[in-house]
Write a protein that binds this ligand. Sequence first.
Ligand code: DAH
Length: 348
Amino acid sequence: MTDDHHQEAQQAEALAAIAQADTLEGLQAVKTKYVGKSGLVTKELGALGKLPPEERKARGAQINAVRQAIDVALTEREVTLKRAALDARLASEAIDVTLPGLPLPAGGLHPINRVYEDLTRIYERLGYAVIEGPEVEDEHHNFEALNVPWYHPARDLQDTFWLEDGRLLRTHTSPMQIRYMVDHEPALKIVVRGKVYRYEATDATHEAMFHQLEGLVVGDGISMADLKGTIAEMARGLYGPSAKVRFQPSYYPFTEPGADFAVWWENPRGESKWLELGGCGMVHPNVFKAVDDLREAEGKPRVYEGKTGFAFGLGPERIAMLKYGIPDIRYFYANDPRVLGQFRGELG
Ligand code: DAH
């Protein structure tokens, strides 16, 4: 075999081995065999020195050409094998993006809090401060200061949970009228949010624990017209610009005169009726006097006698039952996710 043929054959053999190598390890073996430290081609290059000088140059060029061809083929094959290995890995580790995800339980606002949010937004727009207060009260704030003396039949209307220490669970949010006025001077506009408690048998419309929104406005020259305008504004905020409001005389010891208010309710099925929403009235002078007495006992000036104001109280349960078509008040607090889960997602 001439040297030329030998070189050609060796190159062809090496290139075929490279093409056949189907793993990186196999390819490495081919590389070692031909161009490794003691590979066939490397050895031949090393043997060049033994050739007569006149042959050396031509042979050197030949062998180097072979070496180069082998190097190029090795590099290309290596790239191909690496890409194939990567493709195989990607395919085996592929994520099926069409698989349904794992469900994440999402929270939502309780329907009562939704109604509170609606009401709060309306009253904040009108400049009211939104406050809360203690659920454990004393008799004085819950009854006496609100012009409900111990012998008054109104105490029976609001059957009370008494605590062993003589205190009670507040039966309404009205005691916060007293607390707020003792701490602040007029003029003021507040709404109070919170839970109240009545010792009652429960049924579809009565619970032993429920919620109220209490309003109080005190200043100079506040009139019944202001009260009516405020309640009408609330009704429009809840039920739209054409909402109608009705006031009927009623009795609350802490108001004079007192009234009940109702809105004309039209449900999506086209039924309509007056819906009693709550009680209201002008703050009774005895309430202002009780506040000034408490203030005086704390060394604060008497600033309420002679002032005028109105107050109102309503139950968000009633509003939520109609708004969401919930037929039984007990559903709100039974914590059944089949009921409450329907209020997920939509906020406000
Ligand atoms: N506190 C009353 C109740 O629980 C509701 C109420 C009526 C509050 C008239 C008021 C009011 O502020 O003026 O039944």
